[in-house]
Design a protein around this ligand. Structure first.
Ligand SMILES: Cc1cc2nc3c(=O)[nH]c(=O)nc-3n(C[C@H](O)[C@H](O)[C@H](O)COP(=O)(O)OP(=O)(O)OC[C@H]3O[C@@H](n4cnc5c(N)ncnc54)[C@H](O)[C@@H]3O)c2cc1C
Length: 189
């Protein structure tokens, strides 16, 4: 528990652009204790003048040795997300603390069917669950995901998209347009 509360250096070793405004950052943290899908970390930045800012980010992938992944959506004028998505470069070092949170986790040993519901960057911890499942489990998963701007381009999405709805898109690939309604979700149409 002590280790999880301590801030520790994390070096940026890889980054992947997921959408126009979101990137996945792979960080290397020496002696990372491991985590469960659904947990998050705190990330702390320190400016040259000593000013610090810390924010929480969900872990986006299963435990992989000392490497952890977060997917950050840039918030307009956001202090920390703007740096992580727009400015952070390979070998830059931030500080992380965690893993945090045990109330919203999924473990591959769970065999009950899973319904995942998310909007925007809320999909990040669910992606960790989907990736954990992909590695070792055949538990039935269904994801209902709402986004403002559809873009299915990520190479890391290893599941079939049946239907995706948005509030504002007119793309022919994502009809019918509109907020998801219970009746449509139930029918799958
Ligand atoms: C458990 C948890 C998990 C999370 N996981 C993720 C994740 O996986 N991915 C992700 O992208 N995010 C995640 N978040 C959100 C993340 O922690 C940050 O809140 C987010 O990145 C914005 O931080 P920021 O520093 O960029 O923005 P901030 O600087 O905090 O600003 C946020 C907004 O408030 C406005 N603002 C700031 N100060 C003022 C002010 N004084 N007056 C008026 N407006 C102001 C800014 O313009 C901006 O639009 C998570 C949050 C929690 C709690």
């Amino acid at each position: 528990m002590k280790v999880r509360r301590a801030w520790r250096p994390a070096q940026l070793v890889e980054r992947r652009r997921e959408t126009e405004s979101a990137s996945t950052l792979v960080l290397e943290v020496t002696d990372w204790p491991g985590h469960l899908a659904g947990q998050h970390i705190d990330v702390r930045l320190t400016a040259l003048d000593g000013y610090q800012a810390a924010r929480s980010y969900s872990l986006a992938a299963p435990t992989n040795g000392d490497r952890i992944e977060i997917t950050v959506q840039r918030v307009p004028d956001g202090e920390v997300s703007s740096y992580l998505v727009g400015e952070a470069r390979d070998c830059d070092t931030v500080e992380v603390r965690g893993p945090v949170g045990g109330w919203f986790v999924w473990q591959p040993a769970d065999t009950a069917p899973v319904l995942l519901v998310a909007g925007g960057s809320g999909v990040v911890p669910l992606m960790a669950m989907i990736r954990s499942r992909g590695a070792v489990s055949s538990t039935p998963f269904r994801l209902i995901y709402s986004v403002r701007t559809p873009r299915i381009g990520s190479t890391t999405m290893n599941f079939a998209v049946v239907r995706l709805r948005t509030v504002g898109s007119t793309s022919r690939f994502f009809t019918p347009v509109g907020r998801p309604r219970a009746s449509r979700v139930r029918s799958g149409g």
